[in-house]
Design a protein around this ligand. Structure first.
Ligand code: SF4
Ligand code: MG
Length: 331
């Protein structure tokens, strides 16, 4: 039984220069208690995909008619695409789905204390009274390792250090016990020790609450530590998906191979890191055929420039969208 099923999710934006495709035919499923890493360089479409799941998009966004997002809640399936009114979406956001961001200041209103915002959110998304909401908020601040939580409860976000703010944001996001937590580069701004603590904390909470997590990062190393499965994105498309160990040991897409080659190797720390040459093209100049062909070192020929590669099964639950993986097959 899955928690969320996403099919053919496609989102375009109108810009002054023309219409761009920010999310292109993305499909995946996530089960309760499962962590999926969503990886790719900056500009690969990870954040916009995450926001699209919550329909947190600027007014100029257009979803394709066949985009489907189904959330399986205890009360039954919710067809997210059919929720048109802002107040229907508001029930989902911060309730069944919570999101945490790289920059926690973005999550806190500057003129409210952290505690009053936590309480407000709980009053909207639960049946608690104010006193119960306050107790739970302080308990959650304590759970994320904030000492003297009842004092911190009355502080403003700007009075906290960056690491503490990050934890407070996580406490707020988890206090409503969301079914799905979307974490967008939640540890990138933190030092390594606090980063490890935050990752451990998220893993504990997955076990305890059986929630699903979509963990967005440009860092495959963090994914290897955190996730059960991984989806790699490039220019708004998913290009490889599978169990995290399988994909890291046996990456099949040249882009994934490039990301892995760019990781520091523990057994060879002196070796130079090999970045993938070139930059992600502008979405206004989207390559035809395989979107990665302008940077691919293993390009086969014209087929890569003219034909979008279909998904190939490349292992147990492992799929790759690259023409190389179809070579030798009858097609
Ligand atoms: Fe490279 Fe062709 Fe595979 Fe695209 S389809 S990643 S260009 S080999
Ligand atoms: Mg981003």
């Amino acid at each position: 039984m899955s928690l969320i099923d996403v099919r053919n999710l496609t989102l375009q934006f109108d810009t002054d220069e023309g219409r761009i495709t920010a999310v292109d035919n993305v499909s995946f499923s996530l089960a309760p208690g499962e962590v999926m890493g969503l990886v790719g360089e900056s500009g690969s479409g990870k954040s916009v995909t995450a926001k699209a799941l919550m329909k947190l998009n600027a007014r100029n966004g257009h979803y394709s008619d066949d985009s489907q997002i189904t959330l399986h809640l205890d009360s039954g399936p919710v067809d997210v695409m059919s929720l048109k009114r802002p107040r229907d979406m508001a029930v989902i956001r911060g309730g069944a789905i919570s999101m945490i961001f790289q920059e926690p200041m973005a999550s806190f209103a500057p003129a409210m204390t952290v505690g009053s915002q936590m309480v407000e959110q709980l009053l909207i998304h639960s049946n608690m009274n104010k006193r119960q909401a306050k107790e739970l908020s302080i308990e959650m601040l304590d759970r994320v390792g904030i000492s003297d939580a009842s004092t911190r409860f009355n502080q403003y976000a700007f009075e906290m250090s960056g690491g503490m703010r990050q934890r407070a944001m996580i406490a707020m996001a988890l206090s409503t016990k969301p079914k799905l937590l979307i974490a967008d580069e939640p540890t990138t701004a933190l030092d390594v020790t606090i980063q490890a603590q935050v990752i451990d904390l998220m893993k504990d909470l997955v076990d305890e609450f059986k929630m699903g997590i979509i963990f967005i990062t440009h860092d495959l190393g963090v994914v290897a530590q955190t996730a059960d499965k991984v989806a790699v994105m490039y220019l708004g498309r998913m290009i490889e998906q599978g169990p995290v160990r399988e994909v890291i040991r046996n990456p099949r897409h040249p882009y994934t191979q490039g990301l892995i080659d760019a990781l520091p190797k523990l057994d060879d720390l002196g070796a130079p890191l090999r970045a993938i040459p070139g930059d992600i093209p502008s979405p206004l100049e989207r390559p035809s055929g395989c979107v990665f062909h302008t940077r691919c070192s293993q390009i086969i020929g014209d087929i890569c420039k003219t034909h979008l590669p279909a998904w190939a099964d490349t292992g147990a639950d492992h799929r790759t969208a690259c023409h190389l993986c179809h070579q030798g097959a009858s097609a």
